[in-house]
Design a binder for this molecule. Structure first.
Ligand code: ADP
Ligand code: MG
Length: 721
């Protein structure tokens, strides 16, 4: 060979390209169509529905790996068609490509049965109308193994698939190791039963007497849902419907049922049929989830049944081999319409008119957030240099000294997945170790929730649900209007009660707020004791001892308060996480020491119910919308931010507010705190109250709600003027 040959020298000849054996090609293709036992079941049930069946029975053994049997009473298969029934691309549902545009049946590729014969043993028994007997025949690799044998048969077709994936060792292994596919199969059949209400479905394990899904044909969709998912789901459903009115040729119709604010579940159930095909549409699902978490954060895992109808030519069903995902013409617009319809429904079902009497002031909040973020960043980077901030600096010794504010600890709401899953796993570990009943099932918690319900004042409930927020009257009271009446509402009291009730509702299921720095319990408790005016004269040693005792109490009960209330204390006695009691809301950390002292002092630890009540009350008190600790700077309050303390103390020169004299930094912080609180009251507290608060009877008489005027009377007065 020429040494100057410029072509790259390769050690060996390039690999030969060969044509794959047909059986290998088929098996690979089959593995794509039939990915797991549940996908085989889905295909078989769809065939039965395509055959016009009114009864479909499914029997499964070993999660479908040993046996899947689907029997129907449909039109059956002609004797002459049996030889090619399981060949690839043989179908009765499509003849020309153009037919695809208008196809209404679920199958059309003629691949499902064929695929099953490449990865399992398929036996078909079928009889067509008017025949005296049926035929039975087995298939392997697309062809009949023997001539069809006459046999006795009842109306319709029965397809039996045995030893699925017998020739795909790896697939069979992973399926055997992974979870049994049976729950998925039950899930599929349940969904079909909700949509095809004229068909009787049953699904059972081989040999079991009881069916796990058993639906009788009915004329009502709600009956069908009740049948399969239970009465408790149906109770919380609302009907929903929309069609595209703008389009001249009415191209789009949607109807279904969606859950309301009372439906609380761990995960979303989304049953979606597009042109009667059970499909997934990830972007629609995401959009709906988004609407729920924005409108009903507490019920953010909804139950959705939705049926969408479009002209067949507007759907491309051919983008996925199993037709699982479909693509729609004008998908974005359709999703937008559905999203808006759901949002409207949720809002109108939970609140009546909400008037925006105050302009939203997002700039104040953004400003506040930016400040917070900036602060966190600085603190975090100093933390990374592992300079622990001395406790003395975390202590707010002077309300006008911003450096000691507890924002040091602030990290904000943990929203990323890692933290959440971390939390979940922590909770699971605790659970499996202690093996208690599911936290949410504890009867004491139920009793407390029932007390909340039975103690609810119907009149106040109606006011809360239907009121219009007018504005803040002062630091504690907000003004609301209900019908023709004006009321003052004590914001601190109602928020305390709301947080208490939410702590019970979310019990065992909180998201977490992660503190940027672990906060040492003992020091925080000491801080609270020093602030406590009642403790004023006790000596420091005694306070130290009390702090020690309380911190021990909390540490002893750490596992429980973490599991039930997501208050996490690490092994060194540091507080690291707090619960999210209301979405979009974090409590004022200046009150953290007081909260811990309450937890230590006021919680009854030896009685389950009292423990939950008192702990939830302590949380309620901490998360309530108290006025910020920094004095309100508006009006004459600005005097409090003068640098010259002597002058402030003596009360002289009060009118003289010289710009230079004001501690601008502290003033800005106070302004932020107050405007943020006002924003939260209007945009978080009141909307959440409308949805969740059950005002106790005591609030009618203890000054929490005070009627200040009746407009009718006012009008009469004006008339006289
Ligand atoms: P496709 O459903 O895409 O047509 P399949 O492989 O699932 O392809 O089925 C091939 C054909 O077998 C169908 O077109 C239909 O004519 C017939 N068939 C399958 N299952 C049944 C059944 N349960 N009842 C009647 N005919 C059936
Ligand atoms: Mg089919």
């Amino acid at each position: 060979m020429d040494v100057d040959d410029p072509s790259p020298r390769v050690g060996a000849d390039p690999p030969r390209i060969r044509r794959l054996e047909e059986s290998v090609v088929n098996r690979i293709a089959a593995g794509e169509v039939i990915q797991r036992p549940s996908s085989a079941v889905k295909e078989l049930v769809e065939n039965s529905l395509d055959a016009g069946a009114s009864t479909v029975s499914v029997t499964v053994k070993d999660g479908g790996l040993k046996l899947i049997q689907v029997s129907d009473d449909g039109h059956g298969i002609r004797f002459e068609d049996l030889p090619i029934l399981c060949e690839r691309h043989t179908t009765s549902k499509l003849s020309a490509y153009e037919d695809l545009q208008t196809i209404k049946s679920m199958g059309f590729r003629g691949e499902a049965l064929a695929s099953m014969t490449y990865v399992g043993h398929v036996t078909v028994t079928t009889i067509t109308e008017g025949q005296l007997h049926g035929y039975r025949v087995s298939y392997k690799d697309g062809v009949m193994e023997n001539e069809p044998k006459p046999c006795a048969a009842v109306k319709g077709t029965q397809v039996m698939v045995e030893n699925l994936f017998y020739n795909m060792v790896a697939r069979r292994k992973t399926l055997q190791n992974s979870n049994d596919d049976y729950p998925k199969i039950v899930d599929f059949i349940s969904r079909f039963a909700v949509h095809h209400i004229n068909v009787n479905f049953s699904c059972r394990k081989h040999g079991a007497n009881r069916a796990d899904v058993h639906s009788a044909s009915t004329s009502s969709r709600l009956d069908a849902i009740r049948n399969v998912y239970g009465a408790s789901v149906v109770r919380d459903l609302m009907e929903i419907e929309v069609s595209d009115e703008n389009a001249g040729d009415a191209v789009f119709k949607m109807d279904g049922y969606i859950s309301n604010a009372n439906y609380v579940a761990k995960k979303i159930t989304m049953i979606l049929f597009i042109n009667d095909r059970l499909v997934d549409c990830t972007s629609l699902k995401r959009a709906i989830e988004f609407v729920y978490s924005a409108t009903l954060p507490q019920a953010s895992k909804p139950f959705i049944y939705m049926s969408i109808n479009l002209p067949p030519e507007h759907i491309d069903v051919n983008i996925h081999p199993t037709k699982k995902e479909v693509s729609l013409l004008n998908q974005e617009r359709i999703i937008e319409i559905i999203k808006n319809t759901i949002e409207e429904k949720l809002r109108s079902s939970n609140t009546t008119r909400i008037f925006q009497t105050q302009a939203v002031n997002p700039s104040a909040l953004t400003h506040a957030n930016m400040q917070k973020e900036k602060g966190t960043e600085v603190k975090m980077s100093s933390g990374m240099k592992s300079q622990k901030i001395p406790v003395s600096q975390m202590v707010r010794t002077d309300p006008r000294d911003p450096s000691g504010r507890l924002h040091t600890y602030w990290h904000g709401q943990s929203s990323n997945h890692e933290k959440k899953s971390d939390l979940v796993s922590v909770r699971n570990v605790v659970r499996s170790r202690r093996n208690p009943k599911d936290a949410c099932d504890l009867s004491s918690r139920h009793e407390l929730l029932t007390e909340v319900d039975s103690n609810c004042h119907p009149g106040l409930l109606s006011i809360v649900k239907n009121c219009t927020y007018v504005g803040l009257a002062d630091e504690v009271f907000a003004l609301i209007q209900h019908n023709t009446r004006l009321y003052l509402v004590n914001v601190v009291n109602v928020s305390k009660e709301l947080m208490y009730q939410q702590a019970l509702c979310r019990f065992g299921n909180f998201n977490a707020i992660q503190l940027s720095e672990p906060a040492p319990l003992r020091e925080l408790l000491l801080m609270a004791l020093k602030d406590d005016v009642l403790m004023g004269d006790e000596n420091d040693e005694e306070k130290l001892e009390i702090a020690e005792v309380n911190s021990e109490i909390l540490k002893e009960n750490a596992e429980m308060i973490n599991e039930y209330f997501s208050i996490h204390i690490d092994k060194d006695g540091n507080l690291t996480r707090l619960p999210v009691v209301l979405d979009q809301y974090t409590p004022d950390t200046d009150r953290l020491p007081e909260f811990l002292l309450n937890m230590g002092n006021d919680v009854t630890w030896d009685d389950e119910k009292e423990c939950f009540r008192t702990a939830a009350a302590a949380i309620g008190n901490f998360y309530a919308l108290h006025p910020p600790i920094l004095p309100n700077p508006s009006g004459s309050g600005i005097q409090l931010y003068k640098k010259n303390k002597d002058c402030m103390a003596s009360g002289e020169h009060v009118d003289n507010t010289d710009e230079d004299d004001i501690d601008q930094e502290l003033l800005a912080e106070a302004e932020t705190a107050w405007s943020q609180r006002e924003w939260i009251i209007q945009h978080v507290l009141f909307p959440s109250m409308r949805l969740f608060l059950k005002p106790p009877k005591s609030m009618a008489t203890d000054g929490t709600f005070v009627q200040v005027a009746s407009l009718e009377k006012l009008y009469k007065i004006f008339e006289r003027c």
